[in-house]
Design a binder for this molecule. Structure first.
Ligand code: ADE
Length: 239
């Protein structure tokens, strides 16, 4: 069974959103397991402290490498073979291709940061992979860990009903997905694009490809250029 281990100061935040809907059903069906581990359980002093002041000065507190390493080691003993990720805005951005790799493996162990961050020595000492879910700062890694797990769990064999329903979605071809419409055909004066009602499957496929490319170029020039599209220049006069 695919195993998710989460190291956190807030184990009661789990399963959280993962207890509902697709992931929640899959959890109940035994398609994946969840082990939420309290980091404070690895503290060594009588105050159960897990953090200390930042070396060099500055605001906030830093999670201690020795405490985190003990927690990671305990998780590794219970979940052998799981790659260990740490959620941090300093991490490498999560991609759908990394999600596919994680979903195809034995599971994942995720360390959730709080405070100003984690002692940097942990990352090398325990081969911890720093991962970010985007360029904004959350109050802790727990919500980010649920994002990573949700993205993985839906790809575990048997979790998504129709296996094909994932093949055409955003990022699978390196582009955003084409837009979708459903009944009613006319709503508030807006019609569904005529081509989608034509029954001409070749024309529909061509229209969808064009919209996927146009929308990616406009909304995600970074993805578009990585896909091999011509560089997108900001409109002249734009700042
Ligand atoms: N922790 C705080 N902000 C984060 C982010 N953007 N991604 C991952 N972990 C985080």
């Amino acid at each position: 069974m695919w195993s998710a281990a989460v190291l956190t100061l807030y184990p009661e935040m789990f399963p959280g959103t993962l207890g509902q809907s697709l992931a929640g059903r899959a959890l109940a069906d035994g398609l994946w397991s969840l082990d939420a581990i309290q980091i404070r359980g690895f503290a060594t002093d009588r105050h159960r402290s897990v953090d200390d002041t930042p070396a060099g000065g500055g605001a906030g507190m830093v999670m201690r490498a020795d405490i985190l390493a003990a927690a990671v080691d305990a998780a590794a003993a219970r979940h052998p073979g799981n790659p260990v990720l740490a959620m941090t805005p300093r991490g490498r951005p999560l991609t759908q291709s990394r999600v596919h790799e994680l979903a195809a493996g034995p599971g994942v162990t995720i360390l959730c940061g709080r405070f100003e961050g984690m002692d940097e020595r942990l990352f090398e000492a325990r081969a911890v992979e720093p991962v970010s879910i985007g360029d904004y700062v959350l109050s802790g890694g727990e919500v980010a860990a649920q994002v990573v797990l949700d993205a993985c769990i839906r790809l575990i064999p048997g979790v998504m009903g129709a296996a094909s329903s994932g093949e055409e979605e955003s990022f699978e071809a390196g582009l955003l997905e084409y837009p979708q419409y459903t009944r009613p055909p006319l709503w508030e004066g807006r019609a569904i694009p005529e081509v989608l009602r034509s029954g001409d499957h070749a024309k529909i496929a061509a229209w969808r490809k064009q919209r996927a490319e146009d929308d990616t170029r406009l909304r995600r020039p970074d993805l578009w250029e990585r896909h091999g599209g011509a560089p997108v220049h900001p409109p002249s006069g734009a700042q």
